[in-house]
Design a protein around this ligand. Structure first.
Ligand code: TMP
Ligand code: ASP
Length: 261
């Protein structure tokens, strides 16, 4: 598949055109940002791990009937995806209260929620992705009721599946963020899961030690982000010793390159 011109560059990924107007290439960068781009860094090897982890989760979701944009992974950093029109909402799903929720409402950190909580944020970096109510979505026509009903059903199934998948490998799924996009399939307008699902977009705690295995290691300056993401990939069974070594080598190689420069 030939990579065409750059269509869009986000904080962690780049989208390129292909010769097929319905397909694009999603490239996973090593850039990490937090707090709406106020904190920035490059963490060598992060893109490689997120590409693999997201591919694994999205292909498993596809097997349980959750339609999503993934077509196939191309290489270490790229995957072919279906071009969708992204709904400008970040859907945050919470099973345990932490992060912005506890700051905003004064809830005790680590409180287990009786039911999964879905929050909506407007996807707008200049505004800092503000929290919005479902009513705002309809008032400003960011999505319609039918789309949101469809999305909510998908979210609950995705959450159930992911809780079980992570529980099986000794990880608690605390919360995560999803994005959805519009696409025409067989002449029908559909809403499908898009973007990525990775330790950049989830909070994952070790079930026993509660060690953070996600981007909070960067947000909170805890260090050892690559070992944590590698641990998630290994437990998911997608990093064999060989590819684990190559992920580490990516890191080593680039630090060698830096030293040479
Ligand atoms: P929060 O507690 O900071 O609102 O984050 C909730 C979840 O959403 C957490 O798993 C991290 C994820 N998230 C993103 O993936 N992108 C974002 O821009 C934000 C704010 C959160
Ligand atoms: N992705 C957001 C940012 O880049 C926030 C976050 O993940 O914490 O600022």
């Amino acid at each position: 598949m030939k990579k065409g011109k750059k269509l869009y560059e986000g904080k962690a990924k780049i989208i390129y055109a292909t010769q097929d107007k319905d397909l694009v290439i999603q490239y996973f960068k090593d850039d990490a940002t937090a707090f709406n781009n106020q904190k920035k860094s490059t963490i060598e090897g992060k893109g490689v791990l997120n590409n693999r982890i997201s591919e694994h989760i999205l292909s498993n979701l596809s097997q349980i009937g959750i339609q999503n944009h993934l077509v196939k992974r191309l290489n270490m950093r790229e995957q072919v995806i279906k071009l969708v029109e992204i709904i400008p909402i970040e859907f945050v799903v919470r099973n345990v209260a932490t992060g912005s929720l506890v700051k905003r409402l004064g809830i005790e950190d680590g409180t287990v929620l009786k039911e999964p909580l879905i929050e909506y944020c407007l996807k707008d970096d200049t505004l800092g992705d503000p929290l919005i109510a479902e009513e705002h979505i309809y008032a400003f026509e960011w999505a319609n009721k039918k789309e949101i009903e469809q999305v909510k059903k998908m979210i609950l199934r995705i959450n159930d599946f992911m809780i079980g998948m992570f529980r099986g490998i000794g990880i608690k799924l605390i919360d995560f963020k999803l994005e959805f996009g519009r696409i025409k399939m067989n002449g029908k307008n559909e809403v499908i899961l898009a973007d990525e699902i990775s330790p950049d977009t989830c909070r994952l705690w070790d079930s026993i030690t509660e060690k953070k295995l996600d981007k909070d290691r960067f947000r909170k300056d805890l260090g050892d982000l690559i070992p944590a993401y590698t641990e998630v990939a290994k437990r998911l069974g997608i990093l064999h010793e060989q590819s684990n070594v190559s992920a580490v080598n990516v890191t080593k190689l680039s630090s060698v390159k830096k030293k040479i420069k």
